[in-house]
Design a protein. Structure first.
Ligand code: ADP
Length: 197
């Protein structure tokens, strides 16, 4: 790195000469430094220093994490199921957010834990109240698509103070729910980054 910083662009052969090594010995090391983004190589010109710090390289990497690689399977309920049944689904599926869909499987709402808790402390009979009465409904739903970046999702979760976004696909009838991305997915991505997975 020091040699390239001071003398770049410099060929692999010249670096090897200065270190009294063969080009072949040096090749894997140069490959690692190039892949990691510290060095760049141009054919017939040689290696040069990119000038990027490890923090910058990490930031570059984070900008390239996409929803499609981290999303989970969505848990959906029909808008006519009761609040009672939605609570059971939330426990059974072990999720914190349910997405509500209509007969055509199109997204119409979102149910969070607190939405269900709020409904439960009222005097209503929970088996009689359909979830569409208490859900957050379209068009007030924040969503994302599988090509969006994880960072974009993180910004939306923070800005809207919510725990999850549906991953949707646009169809002629509306939004079809194809995935779920939550704070947990982002936490896992964070850990994977630290472990260099
Ligand atoms: P909790 O209410 O359990 O703390 P959230 O913070 O996710 O969970 O939800 C806060 C409120 O925002 C709830 O009323 C919920 O219906 C709504 N909400 C949750 N996710 C979304 C979303 N993706 N788009 C719009 N509203 C949402």
């Amino acid at each position: 790195m020091q040699i390239v910083k001071e003398q770049g662009p410099i060929t692999g052969e010249h670096i090897a000469d200065q270190l009294n090594l063969t080009r072949a010995t040096l090749r894997p090391d140069l490959a690692i430094l190039t892949m990691a983004g510290y060095l760049d190589a141009r054919p017939r010109v040689g290696y040069f220093y990119t000038g990027k710090s490890s923090t910058q390289l990490l930031a570059d990497h984070i900008h390239k994490l996409y929803v499609k690689d981290y999303q989970s399977i969505p848990v959906v309920v029909n808008e006519n199921v009761s609040v009672y049944d939605a609570i059971c689904t939330m426990f059974l599926e072990d999720v914190g957010t349910l997405f509500v869909v209509d007969e055509k499987a199109i997204l119409t709402g979102v149910l969070s834990r607190k939405d269900l808790l709020r409904a439960s402390i009222g005097k209503q009979e929970l088996t009689q109240v359909p979830v569409h009465i208490i859900m957050t409904r379209m068009p007030n739903i924040t969503w994302c698509q599988k090509e969006d970046t994880l960072l974009d999702v993180a910004y939306r979760l923070i800005e809207k103070q919510i725990d999850a976004l549906p991953v949707i696909k646009e169809t002629e009838n509306g939004f079809e729910v194809i995935g779920r991305i939550t704070k947990t997915n982002i936490t896992k991505a964070f850990v994977a980054l630290a472990n260099n997975d």
